[in-house]
Design a protein. Sequence first.
Length: 114
Amino acid sequence: MINKFIGKSGENLAKNYLMKQGYKIIETNRHFSRYCEIDIIALDKNTLVFCEVKTRRTNICGNPLEAITQAKYSNIKKGIYLYLQENPKYTKFRIDAVSVTLKPVVTIKHLKNI
């Protein structure tokens, strides 16, 4: 239960960060299957951005982005293809990753086009 709360907090921080950067949030927590969920779908000008958010309390056990495994990345790509089939108006897209570390201070790192 604590991990879900931490994850949800990180997603909210990431969403607010992206909005401050000028992104328009389209959807959050879009499920495509039991294995595939895209945390944030947003528009950056005319580019559709699929954003994976990873949150950790601290960096003691490593950077949150290290948790994006090849299997996770493959599942994200499957979700993206399904989303683009449902929304063919989008022709430009990319995958971003946002890491959120909560302690000792909140730190947000945004990697574009992973």
